[in-house]
Design a protein around this ligand. Sequence first.
Ligand code: UDP
Length: 358
Amino acid sequence: MRIILISTPIGFLGSGKGGGVELTLNSLVSGLLSLGHSVEVIAPRNSKLYEGNEKAKLHFVEGENQISWQHQNYNSPITMPDNSVLAGMLEKALDISKEADVLLNMSYDWLPIWMTLNVDKPIAHIISMGSESLVISNLISKVYAKHPANFAFHSKIQADDYKFIKKPIIIGNGFKLDNYTFQDSVNGPLAWVGRVAPEKGLEDAVYIANKLGEKLNVWGVMEDEAYASKIEQSFPQGTIDWMGFLSTNELQKELGKCRVLLNTPKWNEAYGNVIVEALACGVPVAAYKRGGPSEIIQHGLTGYLADPDDKKNLLSYVEIIEKIKRKNCREWVEKNASADIFANKVVNWLNKVINEYK
Ligand code: UDP
C-alpha cells in the first residue's frame, strides 16, 4: 500500500507540542515500513522521524501552526492563520497524491475532514481526541454519514464522545518495544508524564506525592506556565521535580527507574501514550478511571484504576502498588500494543476505506 501521512499542525515532530500524536505517527511509520508498505510523511519544517524510519520520505512544509483544540472553547469557530501550515500540508498531500492509495490524516482539525467530501482520493482520519470542538464534531457527523469507514479512534470511550458513531473502528495504539527497556525497580520514585496543562490534572498527582512525603518527578512539555506555578505554590516547595521534556530514549531510561506512574486526566483522554510507555518499562500505573486509561490498565494486574477525581482513592492504590508484578506490565504491552499489532490494525482499516472507493 502507498500511504501519505499528514502530521499534526500544532508543532513540528520532535517539539512535543503535538503531544501523543508525534509518537503515534512514528510508531505507525515503523510498523507500516516493517510490513513492507510505502510511506511518505508530510510534516511541519524541522520535523524529525525516529531512527529506523529513514525509508519513509519526509516532506517539510513551512507555515504557521494551528491552535490546539483542547485550549479553545468548545463553541469556538474555526480559525486559520495566514500562511497556515495545515493548508500547506494538505496542498502538498494533494500535489503528491497521484500515486498514493490513501491519505492518512493525523491532525485534529476541520480542513482535512472537510476535504474528504470534496476530493476523489480516499482520506482516512485517525481521530486523536474526544469531542473538543462543536464545529469539528458536526463536520465529522456529516462526513461520517457518507464515509463511515474513514474514521478510526484510539479507544471505545473516546469514540463514545461522538454519539452519532454507532460502530466505531477502534485501532488502539502501538509502540516500538525495542525502544523501551524493562527495569525491575520496585523501590523507585513517583513519576508523572504529560504536557503540563490543566486537562492533565497534575495537581492531583502532586497531592499524592505530598501526602506520602515524597517528590514527584514530572516529565513533559511546559505548555501552561501559569497553571504550573499555581500548582507549585499550593504545595511545599520542592514537592515537584521538573525533569523537562526528554527524547523517548532518555525518557524511558528515567521512567523505568520509577515504582509507579500517576495518571490523573481531567478530560476524556483519547488514549494516553504515557501509560503504555510506562508499562513497557515495567512501571505499573495508578490512574483515574476515565478515558483511554480505563481501557488500557488492567485493574490489579498492570496497575489500579481509581474513581475519577478521588485523590484519596488514588493514594490508597499507590500505597499498594508493589502488589503489581512489573513483568505483567511489560507482557501486556507485548501482547496488545506493539507497533506491528497497531500497524496491522491500521492496514486492515485502510483496506476497508480503499475498498469503499472502488
Ligand atoms: N513525551 C516525551 N518526552 C517527555 C514527556 C512526554 O516524548 O519528556 C511524550 C510521550 O512519549 C507521549 C506524549 O509526550 O507520546 C504524550 O502523549 P499522551 O498520549 O500521553 O498525551 P497527549 O499529549 O497526546 O494528550
